[in-house]
Design a protein around this ligand. Structure first.
Ligand SMILES: Cc1ncc(C[n+]2csc(CCOP(=O)(O)OP(=O)(O)O)c2C)c(N)n1
Length: 557
């Protein structure tokens, strides 16, 4: 038979939108796809050690490129392992294409080995799930998958690939790449926004969500500058503008500054761009009155479905981030009553809250605040800093000065195990930038297998493992609500420095700041994957409090 195999057609369709790498774990269920990649120099297959790592890498890579990340996994078990990446892509509004092998077409519905119905399994989390039964349908299916992932609120899609379909040949031709047309803000809505801004004395600009790129971030900052707008970032979106910029006044994440929360309460105009205003951003939906906030509320979002889900906007603007940011940057400057003082005071509060505090030292432990202070002096400004989930993120997200677009890769989904694979993806995309992953001892154990990928791919990431011997975040909740009843939360860990050495990297375990600084410099100079295990005091459960102080308080730290 003449023509190309389904695998070859699929690779050509992925290349059409710019896919240059696939993160995956191979499976016998999609051999013709792997075969199509054999000898294909334009698409690199990054072999991972766990499908969760592969999916997390693909999701992180998509955050860096703005294109869908691509992950390939085997049917059944492989797909289940990869599910966490779909969830993060959904929660973080990241375009992601998951390619899953499927049982042969003549066995579908028989309950064959590792058979699953991916429409049912992933229907609730993916924006689009399709099983491609004919190789001639591949170009169209990939184009639809791309459109679904990249339109409106970005998100994950799944393509199920029966193995016989991938081996079957077809004469189908490739489709030309059609970029998604960005949704433009209506001109009359921009005029109304201009009028609302002209009246506002205490406006705030809140940025978050997906669909941003460097140009959009530059435009939105220009808009903030022209209109003297204080800028707040949503949970783990702290790199949309530089935190060093005088307009930046903080993030509405876990343990947001009280002064920031108060400022939101006092504002008279909230311009929320790309951020959904989820439970974390709104302090458990308590920050604003529901359903109608007291402030004038302008919501800009790429999907009209989102408007009014929680808060009724006074003005809703359906637009993609880049299109809105460009239009906003072009709004004519106006008088700005009292805003300079409002902005200055907010910035001052930000600087106070995010200043490195004096160390809370105890012999044998390193204070994470000191570590972050040390890194402020040492990390290049374009360093990419990743994390997963756990209380250790409280120090990282509060004290690291993220310096602009994509210096942060952190899951809004709160997924443990994300930091290491995200760092690997970042280092492969930007080999000349410094990439540092933070992980708690619990978090690291969920992603450390991908150190092997880092070694194999030559990705010289630096991992800082914050070891308090606990699933500390859960201890904090238990001690708050069930004092003294810690259960399932203590961790007997290996020496993580030795683990790193066993993988072929550099490993150090440190219990004081000087040793940390020395290990950090040596690790960066070595140009190999490295792990620095920092032993921290379990009593210091978060930047702002201690376990003894929260015990039985019933109040979230
Ligand atoms: C995949 C996943 N499993 C479980 C959780 C719930 N969880 C959130 S934080 C946390 C503990 C994290 O422990 P560690 O990484 O050691 O950081 P620490 O809180 O001690 O700083 C757990 C279990 C989660 N967010 N993600």
């Amino acid at each position: 038979m003449s023509g190309r195999s389904g695998g070859e057609i699929l690779v050509a369709a992925l290349r059409a939108f710019g896919c240059d790498r696939i993160f995956g774990v191979p499976g016998e269920s999609y051999l013709p796809l792997l075969d199509a990649l054999y000898g294909e120099p334009e698409v690199r297959f990054v072999t991972c050690r766990h499908e969760a790592g592969a999916a997390n890498m693909a999701e992180a890579d998509a955050k860096l490129t703005g294109r869908p990340g691509v992950c390939a996994v085997s049917r059944g078990p492989g797909a289940m392992h990869a599910a966490i990446g779909l969830h993060t892509a959904q929660q973080d509004s990241t375009p992601l294409i998951l390619l899953v092998g499927q049982v042969p077409s003549d066995q579908r519905g028989l309950g064959a080995f590792q058979e699953m119905d991916y429409g049912q399994v992933f229907g609730g989390v993916a924006k689009y799930v399709a099983e491609i039964t004919d190789p001639a349908a591949i170009p169209q299916a990939v184009a639809e998958a791309y459109r679904a992932a990249m339109t409106g609120r970005r998100g994950p899609v799944v393509l199920s690939l029966p193995e016989d379909m991938l081996a079957t040949t077809s004469e189908v031709t490739d489709l030309p790449f059609e970029p998604v047309v960005p949704a433009q803000p209506p001109a009359d809505a921009m005029v109304r926004l201009g009028a609302l801004l002209a009246q506002a004395r205490r406006p705030l600009l809140v940025l978050g969500g997906g669909g941003w790129d460097a140009a959009a971030c530059a435009d939105i900052l220009c808009f903030a500058e022209v209109h003297d707008l204080p800028v707040i970032s949503g949970f783990r979106c702290q790199d949309l503008v530089s935190t060093r910029d005088p307009h930046y006044i903080g993030d509405l994440g876990f343990a947001a500054a009280k002064t920031l929360v108060q400022r939101v309460e006092e504002s008279d105009l909230l311009l929320v761009v790309g951020e959904r205003l989820g439970d974390i951003c709104t302090q458990g939906y308590t920050l604003l009155t529901r359903p109608k906030p007291r402030q004038t509320f302008v919501h800009v979002y790429p999907d009209a479905d989102e408007f009014g889900r929680v808060y009724q906007p006074d003005l809703a603007i359906t637009a993609d981030m880049a299109a809105f940011a460009r239009a906003a940057a072009n709004l004519p400057p106006q008088p700005k009553p009292e805003r300079a003082a409002w902005l200055e005071a907010a910035r001052q509060d930000y600087l106070t809250f995010h200043a490195i505090p004096s160390p809370r030292r105890r012999q044998g432990f390193v204070d994470m605040a000191e570590v972050m202070g040390c890194l402020r002096d040492r990390l290049p400004r374009d360093a990419i800093v990743t994390n997963g989930a756990g209380n250790y993120c409280g120090w990282v997200n509060r004290f690291h000065p993220y310096d602009g677009f994509r210096t942060q890769l952190a899951p809004v989904s709160g997924a443990m195990g994300y930091g290491v694979p995200a760092a690997v993806a970042a280092k492969l995309r930007y080999p000349h930038r410094t990439v540092v992953a933070f992980a708690g001892d619990g978090c690291f154990a969920m992603g450390m297998t991908e150190l092997a990928t880092a070694i194999q791919q030559g990705a010289a990431i630096l991992v800082i493992v914050v070891n308090n011997g606990l699933y500390g975040s859960i201890v904090m909740h238990q001690e708050t609500h069930f004092p003294g009843h810690g259960l399932g939360v203590t961790l007997h860990n290996p020496d993580f420095g030795d683990v790193a050495k066993a993988f072929g990297g550099i490993g150090r375990r440190v219990t004081d700041l000087d040793a940390f600084a020395e290990a950090f410099d040596a690790a960066l100079a070595a140009g190999r994957p490295a792990v620095i295990e920092v032993i921290t005091d379990p009593e210091l459960i978060s930047p702002g409090t201690t376990l003894s102080a929260i015990r039985g308080s019933g109040v979230q730290a």
